[in-house]
Write a protein that binds this ligand. Structure first.
Ligand code: PRP
Length: 195
């Protein structure tokens, strides 16, 4: 957590956010996030030497994380996108809709780095990974910035790299939203306690 005493409610180091009807307070600072993203980038560099992976970005939430993560990858790489949707407000509906997926030619025989912003119940990855596997990539490496182990309802999910394991709190920011808002912050925020 960020221990400084800034009280601003605007700008990149804001301490709290108001989105729709809810107030959120700082949970992971930009500094903490960027340090961990750099570490994850180093791990991917080490595991993908001599390859040209495809960063497969889970839209919309992983957009900011993936764009920062890719900047830490030193070798050649491509990018493609997948879009799923399963949340309504602060709750997972557990019904995963696949709205966009890569063509087979983008992932077949390729080393795919699947970039997720958060694994919560696990239903999204549980639904999508078999679809991706059916397109016959050479390898799949799953990288999630956040994971909520206490919320996981799909315990057999294989996550290769997790940025932060967090308690079962609703979080927004740095790509994650609350009913569409909050994605464009540099830090991550959590619901204020009384809410
Ligand atoms: C969120 C998040 C993950 C998924 C995780 O996506 O970005 O993809 O839910 O939840 P789960 O592990 O419980 O399935 P969402 O469906 O909200 O779409 P978005 O990324 O466009 O916000």
């Amino acid at each position: 957590m960020d221990n400084d005493s800034l009280q601003e409610d605007s700008g990149p180091r804001r301490q709290w956010l108001q989105l729709h009807d809810k107030t959120f307070v700082l949970y992971l600072s930009e500094t903490e996030i960027q340090a961990r993203v750099a570490e994850l980038g180093r791990l991917l560099n080490a595991s993908h030497v001599g390859t040209c992976p495809v960063f497969l970005v889970m839209l919309k939430g992983a957009l900011l994380f993936a764009s920062d993560l890719m900047r830490h990858f030193d070798g050649p790489a491509e990018v493609s996108f997948v879009r799923t949707q399963s949340y309504c407000g602060t709750e997972s509906t557990r019904q995963v809709q696949l709205l966009l997926e890569p063509s087979s030619s983008e992932v077949c025989n390729r080393d795919v780095i699947l970039v997720e912003d958060i694994v919560d119940t696990g239903h999204t990855l549980h639904h999508y990974l078999p679809i991706l596997k059916s397109q016959q990539p050479n390898s799949i490496t799953v990288v999630a910035l956040l994971s909520k182990p206490d919320m996981l309802e799909q315990p057999n999910l294989a996550l290769d790299h997790v940025g932060f394991s967090i308690p079962p709190k609703f979080v927004v920011g740095y790509g994650l939203d609350y009913n569409g808002l909050g994605r464009n912050t540099r830090s991550i925020y959590t619901l204020k306690e009384e809410e």
